[in-house]
Design a protein around this ligand. Structure first.
Ligand SMILES: [Cu+2]
Length: 479
């Protein structure tokens, strides 16, 4: 090496040129000038691109906070977070930067935490050096040697539990020349969640270790909630714009088949690395991995981000929207997106108002409000949001003569399921309605909602009414 430098020095005759030569083939030698506080953002926002040309010392301050938040409408969960959100704050730095990392664990935390950044080259990705007790701060530093999009996560035992509670996020190490310019950038991260209660079960839900070990998630979510990017929180774009998504997968267990319904990814940085694929429909994101995709939006309407392992999207919450505004371009797309087909749960969620947290009803209005939540999460997929059902498959609950004739029978159906043929408003149905495992109170509320909607008989069903109907949860089924 010495010899080479020396000979180049003689050849070019300029010592400066020789230092340039040396600098360009060794990241580790890039000069660090000055220091600045890092550019962090909460999802779905991404910090703006880095414009400085030189490398600097970047000070990152990330605070761990354990807090209750909504995981789905009317469902609360205790998340452990990097910066108060799931996923944690997005960190944007430049290849060659020196990062001085401050991990702070809020005094109200019950657990110690640490951080393993996949962007770190060194033992544990920083985990050991950053182990931090509640009310403490740890400091360590690392050099960002490789450009790319990297996951960070907590790695304190039990590691799976810390990750399952939402302890992950993304750090982008921009390549020296930066990324190509786009119109909008967003931050999306998938995670799987394990609660004691079933999907949509109202009220506070604790973590379920057994389900986590068995890899049976109750929720699969983008940005920590089934409503993180629906309704007025949907991502936005205008026709003609180029959108870049930084997409991570925190796991802890599932691999994501990331897909945007109604789009094709023009560019995919596979696994967040250097290789770029084109014209990709669905891209795999490993647990603990990430990807950068971009695409131009050509038609107005809702684009739907999903995990294309599709039950996760429609039955476990892995669904989010990009609302594209602009004029229709009939040559590119001549039609209208059917929300009913794509968004049974998502669409329902948007209609429910913000103030619902209580899980026990003490008046009729409450009962109807809670019942509506339960309906949208458990029944609307089949009977439809407007209760009209689907002819030939799912009978109507709106104005149903069968329903209004006998309420005890209706309770039986929701409690124990139903199969065999029945006639509703003159139409014969011969399908199977599964028992959904709802509590007596949930059944009372959902039926009260149904009875007090769509021209039905305005009956009120109490938990005691439901209790008086025997449940046939035991095996054996047919009768
Ligand atoms: Cu932790």
């Amino acid at each position: 090496m010495c010899k080479k430098i020396f000979s180049i020095a003689i050849f070019c005759g300029l010592l400066v040129g020789c230092f340039d030569e040396k600098g360009s083939d060794a990241n580790a030698t890039s000069e660090i000038r000055g220091e600045e506080e890092a550019n962090l953002s909460s999802p779905p926002k991404v910090p703006s691109p880095i414009t400085r040309e030189h490398n600097t010392k970047v000070i990152v301050k990330l605070e761990v906070i354990e807090k209750k938040m909504e995981i789905a409408k009317g469902v609360e969960y205790t998340f452990w977070t990097f910066g108060g959100t799931v996923p944690g704050k997005f960190i944007r730095i430049k290849e060659g930067d020196l990062v001085e990392f401050h991990l702070q664990n809020h005094p109200s935390s019950k657990m110690p935490h640490n951080i393993d950044l996949h962007a770190v080259t060194g033992p544990g990705g920083g985990a050991v050096s950053s182990f931090t007790l509640p009310g403490h701060e740890s400091v360590f530093s690392f050099k960002a040697l490789n450009p790319g999009l990297f996951v960070y996560h907590c790695a304190t035992a039990p590691v799976g539990m810390h990750i399952a509670n939402g302890m992950y996020g993304l750090i982008l190490v921009e390549p020296r020349g930066g990324l190509p310019k786009v119109d909008k950038e967003y931050y999306v991260m998938q995670g799987d969640f394990y609660t004691k209660g079933k999907f949509g079960k109202q009220g506070y839900q604790p973590f379920d270790m057994e389900k986590a070990i068995d890899e049976r998630p109750t929720y699969v979510l983008f940005n920590g909630s089934s409503t993180s990017m629906t309704g007025d929180k949907a991502l936005t774009a205008n026709v003609g714009e180029r959108i870049r998504l930084f997409v991570g997968n925190g796991g802890p267990n599932l691999v994501s088949s990331f897909h945007v319904i109604g789009e094709i990814f023009d560019n995919v940085h596979r696994e967040g690395g250097k290789n770029i694929d084109h014209n990709v429909q669905t891209t795999l994101i490993p647990a603990g991995g990430a990807t950068i995709v971009d695409f131009k939006v050509e038609a107005p309407g809702n684009l739907v981000m999903v995990d294309h392992s599709i039950f996760r999207a429609f039955n476990k919450g892995a669904l989010a929207l990009i609302n594209v505004k602009g004029n229709e371009e009939k040559k590119i797309y001549s039609g209208k997106i059917e929300d009913n087909v794509y968004l049974p749960e998502g669409a329902a969620i948007q209609e429910v108002s913000e103030k619902e947290k209580v899980s026990t009803a003490d008046n009729l209005e409450d009962q109807i409000r809670l019942g509506k939540n339960i309906f949208s999460q458990n029944c609307a997929a089949c009977h439809q949001l407007d209760g009209k059902g689907i002819k030939g498959a799912f009978p109507p609950l709106a104005n149903s003569d069968w329903l209004n004739e006998n309420s005890r029978r209706a309770i039986e159906v929701v409690k124990n399921g139903l199969s065999g043929s029945l006639t509703v408003n003159g139409e014969v149905y011969d399908g199977v309605m599964p028992a959904l495992g709802l509590s007596d109170e949930d059944i009372a509320n959902v039926l009260t909602y149904v009875y007090n909607s769509w021209g039905n008989s305005r009956k009120v069903i109490t938990p005691a009414d439901v209790k008086s109907v025997p449940s046939q949860s035991s095996a054996g089924g047919g009768h």
